[in-house]
Design a protein. Structure first.
Length: 49
């Protein structure tokens, strides 16, 4: 399970790195939506966070 969590973290960092310009240009509401979705995805896929 830790290996999957690490892979998810690496994927997220990679995504953010490659899309940093778009993320920075986006509105706060879009960024909040991305963060919320990420948190929900992590908590549902890994159980306890």
């Amino acid at each position: 399970m830790e290996k999957v969590a690490l892979q998810d973290a690496i994927s997220l960092i990679s995504y953010m790195y490659h899309h940093a310009e778009d993320i920075l240009k986006s509105s706060k509401s879009l960024l909040n939506q991305i963060l919320t979705t990420t948190k929900e995805g992590l908590s549902t896929s890994h159980g306890m966070i």
